[in-house]
Ligand binder design. Structure first.
Ligand code: SF4
Length: 357
């Protein structure tokens, strides 16, 4: 066995003969202080179809703030290299006879990282501004002016809209289309969307004249391997979202320095303190509607006579995949998402608090 490095920056690998091993199926909440204090950990995947090792790594990094070395081992495929890196693994233990395939996979995402780095200087250049400084500046502007400055002057050619074509998506898309009808719009078709969403996507794109929709789907091979029956969501929603949303989006999103989202503080939970601009890894997320109220959204729909999602009339206030979305309850517009579970986000929005240099 040999260890293949998954990232290009940061500290060198620990010189330990063996690393403390944690089974991939371990729940993050059961990890004790001794484990979290270890300078390096190896997460062992029981099967390439089992996504819990990915979830564990992400929770270790994002929720528990683990800063040590993370190694993946066990039954893994070269196609999973990008996702391993994205959730925070530093290296992966591989069989020598599969080195060439793994290195090809690693090379593909290293090339993408170089592309991001090129964009990143544009994201960070900004005449020496910081994210905090830009947020203070954006706080003085109307939404339209924030978008005009972002699309036309700060990040032209390096900015895209990330849209679910859900309940309120028409507002962000309409605002962006006023400035550039050909701005890239990343649309994730998980294979589990409502047929109404797919129809709405086509109709709204036509109505707004959007000319650069980038349809993103999970790789058929990944679905066949990890969710052949399409029922992963019944057992592990985090793994299903990682497979159908996070992994397919990552390589497409890396082509952009900034992604525009339609998230708002009134959505509640983690979004209550949503800034207009935030960092996510090497990328920035622009949330120009962060401070918008439901009344302001409704007024915008009426002012421009924008079509509502067909399921709006049935009480859906936030729309995701059909198996995981119900009409909203009294608890808020997103209360119908993964109703009954603690889960409130799919994982494609994972901001990190890093000061822009
Ligand atoms: S929202 Fe549900 S069906 Fe869609 S990717 Fe996540 S768990 Fe799977």
């Amino acid at each position: 066995m040999t260890a293949l490095l998954l990232r290009t920056e940061g500290a060198p690998a620990p010189e330990l003969p063996t690393l403390p091993q944690v089974p991939g199926e371990t729940l993050w909440s059961t990890l004790g202080p001794e484990t979290l204090a270890a300078p390096a950990l190896e997460i062992a995947f029981p099967s390439f179809k089992d996504g819990r090792g990915f979830t564990l790594a992400r929770e270790l990094r994002d929720r528990l703030g683990y800063q040590g070395w993370l190694r993946a081992s066990g039954d893994l495929l070269p196609d999973q290299a990008t996702h391993l890196r994205d959730v925070g693994f530093d290296d992966v233990l591989i069989n020598e006879n599969s080195t060439a395939a793994w290195e090809r996979a690693a090379m593909r995402f290293k090339q993408r990282l170089q592309r991001v780095a090129a964009h990143d200087h544009r994201a960070r250049g900004l005449s020496g501004d910081t994210v905090e400084g830009l947020n203070a500046h954006f706080a003085t502007l109307e939404t339209e002016a924030i978008l005009e400055e972002s699309l036309l002057r700060r990040w032209p050619g390096a900015i895209a809209v990330l849209s679910s074509f859900g309940a309120e998506a028409a507002v962000t898309l309409h605002l962006a289309a006023q400035l550039d009808r050909f701005i890239p719009v990343l649309f994730l078709d998980t294979g589990k969307l409502f047929p109404e969403t797919l129809a709405y996507q086509k109709a709204l794109a036509r109505r707004l004249g959007l000319g650069n929709i980038r349809l993103i789907k999970p790789a058929p091979a990944a679905l066949a391997a990890a969710d052949p029956l399409g029922d992963l969501w019944t057992r592990d929603c985090n793994a299903c979202c990682a497979l159908r949303k996070v992994a397919p989006l990552a390589p497409e999103a890396e082509a952009f320095a900034v992604l525009i989202t339609g998230r708002k503080r009134v959505h509640g939970h983690e979004r209550e303190s949503l800034p207009v601009l935030e960092r996510q890894g090497a990328q920035l997320r622009l949330n120009p509607l962060a401070a918008w109220s439901e009344a302001k959204v409704e007024a915008y729909f009426q002012r421009f006579d924008l079509p509502r999602h067909p399921l709006w009339a049935e009480g859906y206030r936030s729309l995701g995949c059909a198996p995981c979305t119900a009409p909203a309850g009294a608890a808020g517009p997103r209360s119908g998402r993964w109703a009954g579970l603690e889960k409130t986000e799919c994982g494609i929005h994972r901001p990190q608090v890093i000061t822009v240099r």
